[in-house]
Design a protein around this ligand. Structure first.
Ligand SMILES: CC(C)(COP(=O)(O)OP(=O)(O)OC[C@H]1O[C@@H](n2cnc3c(N)ncnc32)[C@H](O)[C@@H]1OP(=O)(O)O)[C@@H](O)C(=O)NCCC(=O)NCCS
Length: 93
């Protein structure tokens, strides 16, 4: 699922609160890891890595293959998706 906060309310900690809730929910559910996908550049990479996610793989041309229109962020076209993984050391499958 996508995570988003309305632009006027960004940078007030709501995104962090949402992400922490998801991380805690799946830790309590006994998941061994959580995976997210995001673009190869932009502040979102720092957002996830602050919470322990590490880059695990790259999905080349993901945003070209899966979206009807090209996506640009800061004037740069987004082509590839990075997959980031958060491992729960205490939960082993
Ligand atoms: C990603 C998103 C959900 C974060 O929500 P938020 O409520 O703004 O996040 P927070 O206020 O909790 O910020 C957490 C950290 O993210 C980073 N961050 C968030 N917005 C940023 C921005 N515009 N520029 C730089 N860093 C930013 C910062 O590291 C920030 O921590 P800091 O404020 O202590 O420096 C929100 O920016 C958003 O909806 N973006 C558009 C949709 C999107 O890109 N979703 C993710 C798809 S993978």
């Amino acid at each position: 699922m996508s995570i988003a906060v309305q632009p006027a309310h960004q940078r007030f900690g709501y995104g962090t609160a949402l992400l922490k809730w998801v991380i805690d929910f799946f830790r309590k559910s006994g998941a061994s890891q959580l995976e997210v996908g995001t673009g190869t550049f932009g502040y979102q990479l720092a957002f996830y890595q602050k919470h322990g996610f590490r880059v695990s793989s790259i999905d080349h041309n993901f945003f070209v293959k899966n979206y009807a229109e090209p996506i640009f962020e800061g004037g740069i076209q987004l082509f590839d998706m990075l997959r980031l993984t958060l491992r729960y050391p205490g939960n082993v499958t």
